[in-house]
Ligand binder design. Structure first.
Ligand SMILES: Nc1nc2c(ncn2[C@@H]2O[C@H](COP(=O)(O)OP(=O)(O)O)[C@@H](O)[C@H]2O)c(=O)[nH]1
Ligand SMILES: [Mg+2]
Length: 231
């Protein structure tokens, strides 16, 4: 039986459903089976660097961990194709979900295609340490169902302007890790990283925020360390 399956009531009828009522910041041990891979959702606007971050994490984590990836695109398998072309993981460790709809839906409302993809990976590869689920990019409001992932990373970039953390939205405000990517572009677009840091802290309280440039640090060191702390 799938770990999300339950039996309820006298007739013990099994059914499957996500758990939106789970405390999003509960200790990991409380929200997942210790034998199962840590599932990490990666969301954020189109072009902020989600796929580039997934590629960096695959390269560095797979040196000593068993890693697999599920990508979500609306009409294509572009992100999965990019990861395959760049050889960041063997092909059997990468699955693409074509959502065919608003990307929110497949990661928050009807998560079955993503759950199926993860289950297929686990069935064919055996026990995994980390599964990365990249959302189709949209705006600042995408969040993952806690029935799909254990922890969520939200990726924004400085090229969108230093106003982005101030604008808030559930991704910026509640993600377990906020990544502010493309710091190499800050001087070119006149983005003030100090302002972004201050506004992110004001929105997020004690939740962590890291600055990153995948051009200058292709190992995504601060994100990699955060992921390793969960495994
Ligand atoms: N200058 C710069 N470009 C980046 C950085 N990270 C990603 N990119 C580029 O930004 C573009 C969009 O990245 P991608 O990972 O496809 O974004 P996604 O839509 O969020 O998955 C690509 O051309 C990347 O090479 C970075 O740190 N600095
Ligand atoms: Mg992408």
């Amino acid at each position: 039986m799938h770990p999300e399956d339950h039996t309820h009531g006298p007739d013990e009828t099994p059914h499957t459903h996500p758990h939106p009522d789970v405390d999003p910041h509960a200790p990991l041990a409380d929200v997942r089976d210790a034998r199962r891979a840590v599932r990490i959702g990666i969301g954020g606007p189109v072009g902020s660097g989600k796929t580039a971050l997934v590629a960096a994490l695959c390269r560095t984590l797979s040196a000593d961990l068993s890693v697999a990836v599920v990508t979500n695109d609306i009409y294509t398998t572009e992100d999965a194709d990019f990861l395959l072309r760049n050889g960041v993981l063997p092909a059997e460790r990468i699955r693409a979900v074509e959502t065919g709809c608003c990307p929110h839906t497949a990661i928050r409302d009807d998560i079955s295609a993503n759950l199926d993809a993860i289950e297929e990976l686990e069935d064919s590869l055996g026990p995994l340490d980390v599964v990365l689920v990249e959302s189709g990019g949209d705006n600042l409001t995408a969040t993952f169902s806690k029935g799909l992932i254990d922890r969520q990373i939200f990726v924004v970039d400085v090229a969108g302007g230093d106003k982005v953390p101030r604008k808030g939205g559930p991704g910026v405000t509640t993600a377990d890790l906020l990544v502010i990517n493309k710091t190499d572009l800050a001087p070119l677009v006149g983005a003030d990283l100090g302002v972004m840091d201050r506004d992110a802290a004001a929105r997020r309280g004690t939740l962590p925020t890291v600055f990153l440039s995948l051009v200058e640090d292709p190992t995504a060191k601060p994100v990699q360390e955060w992921v390793r702390s969960l495994v």
